[in-house]
Design a protein around this ligand. Sequence first.
Ligand SMILES: [Zn+2]
Length: 480
Amino acid sequence: MTKIKRTISAILLVTFLVSSSILAQTRIVAPKNPYKIADDVKLGQEASNEAENKLPLIKDRQLGDYLVRVGERLVDAIPPEYQHSEFRFSFKLVDAKEINAFALPGGFTYVNRGLIEVAKTEGELAGVMAHEISHVALRHGTAQAAKAQKYAIGATAGQILGAIVGGGLGSVIAGGSQLGIGAYFLKFSREYETQADLLGAQIMAQAGYDPRDLGNMFRTIEKESKGKSGPEFLSSHPNPSNRYEAINREAQLLKIRNSDQNNQEFSRMQARLGGLPVNTVNTRSENANSGNANSGNTGTGSRPTTGKNPITSRAPGSRVALPSPRYKTYSDNSFQLQIPENWRELKDQNSITFAPEGAYGQVSQRFVFTHGVLVGAARINQDSNLRQATEDFIRGLQEGNPNLRQQGQYQRTSLANHKAFVAYFTNISDVTGRTENVAIYTLRLNNGDLFYLIPVTPQSEASSYQRAFQRILSSIEISD
Ligand SMILES: [Zn+2]
């Protein structure tokens, strides 16, 4: 009885809050976060060092100063409760044509040239930046990390990023993004995206921009990227037009302060950017030749082919050869297994993917694969049992991959002479748009880490891969 009463008053309370919010801008509450603000900065700094090793930056002084001016105008407009003196906002221009921007915890913000090129006004550019700044202000990166990995306070970026494969599972499962920093900090839940949209709109109004420009930018992006594999700020939303409407609703509640939109300067900067040579090393041209329907937004220009990382290859989703009936042995310090002779190993910082040619590549700055096996270890709440750790791990994956759906119950199994769990999932591939089968095997290593092995194939081809997966699973040996 008491319980019911309490529920009813809770409902009344919620209703009251909702109706009162009609009168004022939406109040945004940052998610719970056990990290210190200094941790955000430290982790973001480490990730940004890594990013800058790999991203081609545009060092033009005028463009750089301009971006910083727009960025700082927005940062000054962050509501006082989300201003933290520890934050270290910086704004850098990346020489990549993809329409994208991202911000790392602590404020390290990157804007692709492609974003400035398609924006129609400074307000549209500022809109995306305000959205990214809002993720920083609300500390979404570390809040998300904490959700997936409860123990990790004080861990290094590498450990945290390795904690789960990264929300970048996206199309299939990303072994981390091309940055090696995992889509972890970059791909957020829908709830976080909505928060960043609303706070972004509020920041814009406070900074003297029209918040509707953020909504307009979604339309522009949608048109340019034809709604598939969009950039970070489209990533978690199947329906960007909802966001457009939500932002416009919010905009009606907001008063734009000292409106000042210098589009002359913006046009000058756009022209200046147009005069700079484009970083030509990217996978786009390869994709354009592949005849793949997805090629328009596959691939990324943001990483030069340095040879440090072998992942360039063809567009994922192009024709993939069946697993060779002959096998070779892969082994490193921690484990060994047999893989079909025509598969490659693609190492990331915290995981390794075994996949055939044509089955892996970059989509929206993320490493993805459509056929193959991902193997890695994650540090997940070491006090929990295997079942709980597996559930935490999978929840972390689902956080960034709303289409990853479990089919049936967890099953006990054995892998490499360890007690293990397996669970089966379906997912919708970002690359092909088709259903894929995903199995997730987990076991505990002696050091407490969670070892995972994840076979993936398009559902329609699953039977052709059964034998190869069996062979891989039965061959695996772990030295722990
Ligand atoms: Zn976002």
